[in-house]
Design a protein around this ligand. Structure first.
Ligand code: ATP
Ligand code: ZN
Length: 212
């Protein structure tokens, strides 16, 4: 049997999350297209020689910037990150993973069950821009407290009355005695940028019949 490689036309650079919920799925997605994304120790760049592809291993929040600036031809990120950054980078395709929702939730004891109950309250979030937009659209004034992560701990520590955070099954919210009462957006992973990754970058081995 002859192995026949159909290399990419140009060297492309793809930005994916270094370490987190998108990482394994992104690696799997690329593998399905013949691109081997394998971390190179602590280096932020690795190369798939078979396809002349460079992989940038970065924080998910930075992926839109890499793509927007042209450093990467494409990247894999959640639509939640795109919404928060407010950028209009073309979405090449919607990927079937990292489904989650950006919700507003509060501890039951705080008796915050609707958007209007948020008036004058403190809301902890890593999504200040999207939250501010939602509050403004609903004529609600509240204090937004920015947290880079671990938002769910804020009410318990007395730092906020409610939170706005990502949730998939709601398990983390339940663990912290919180109930979501409003969904701001639904999110999933997307391939963004200017380069469509061919379905199988490296062709499957062809039978002799095909090669001839
Ligand atoms: P980084 O260090 O790269 O900034 P992070 O802490 O922001 O990592 P993760 O928690 O790994 O990010 O989440 C990455 C992305 O995965 C989110 O932006 C979102 O698109 C998606 N995501 C977040 N939470 C969930 C969840 N519970 N279920 C499924 N997907 C999620
Ligand atoms: Zn992040």
């Amino acid at each position: 049997m002859t192995v026949f490689f159909m290399n990419m036309q140009k060297n492309i650079t793809i930005a994916i999350q270094k370490d987190g919920r998108l990482s394994q799925h992104s690696i799997g997605y690329l593998a399905g297209r013949g691109i081997c994304a394998q971390k190179n120790g602590r280096r932020l760049v690795s190369v798939c020689n078979a396809t002349n592809t460079r992989i940038l291993w970065v924080r998910d929040d930075d992926i839109p910037h890499y793509v927007e600036s042209g450093v990467a031809d494409c990247g894999i990120v959640g639509t939640n990150v795109l919404a928060e950054r407010g950028v209009s980078i073309p979405i090449i395709s919607y990927l079937d993973f990292a489904y989650c929702k950006l919700v507003i939730a509060a501890p039951r004891a705080n008796r915050i069950c609707s958007l209007s109950d948020l008036r004058g309250k403190k809301i902890a979030t890593s999504y200040p821009r999207v939250l501010q937009k939602t509050l403004k659209e609903n004529n609600i004034r509240a204090d937004i407290i920015y947290f880079r992560g671990s938002v769910e701990i804020a009410p318990e520590l007395g730092l906020s009355d409610a939170i706005c955070d990502l949730s998939q099954t709601g398990a983390t919210l339940r663990e912290h005695n919180m109930t979501p009462f409003h969904t701001i957006l639904e999110s999933q992973a997307v391939l963004i940028g200017t380069y469509t990754i061919p379905h199988n970058t490296v062709s499957r081995p062809l039978s002799t019949k095909h090669v001839l």
